[in-house]
Design a binder for this molecule. Sequence first.
Ligand code: ZN
Length: 204
Amino acid sequence: MSQCLICESDYQPFVDLGDMPIANAFATKEELVDEYTFPMQVGFCESCHMVQLIEQPDREKMFHENYAFFSSTSNYMKEHFKHFANSVSELQDLNKDSFVVEIGSNDGIMLQNFVIDKIPCLGVEPSKNVAQVASDKGIEVITEFFDQPLAESVVRTHQKADAILSANVMCHIPYMHSIYDGVKTLLKDDGVFIFEDPYLGEVI
Ligand SMILES: [Zn+2]
């Protein structure tokens, strides 16, 4: 019996996919000998309907200086995030005094659009290699994991945000309560938090 990460109800796994390596690990022959794996058991909480992994892989094993996925390699994604950023600008009427934060900003594929429009923004991205690409585009990036203490520190060093954004990030994070506490701390009263993640119904 496991406890739901969201509502703490007891729930059971419904599928066991065995020991899995980290996706996109691209281990060499030598590394394969003792490659990191985690037991991929998936459960469904009948109380809040959250589908979740029973055991979470270590976050440092997923996001690090050799993270393999650079979002900007996809032209489709570039267009998508340009549209995403422009729609947020319009929604929140953003200008040079506004502030946008992205959780998991990768190589700056989203935030580069705010930089072009001279809207102040900050990326939070723990994978140093992709974060460096964003920095090279003139985007300010903090190479840390986002949580409540980090949100408090950003409020002190910057200001509260008109918009907090994330794409394909929330689904990787088990400590949702700290994330939402952080979002609440960092958002202005009329700020918005917009996140985009895959929907399991479509994946299946
Ligand atoms: Zn639940």
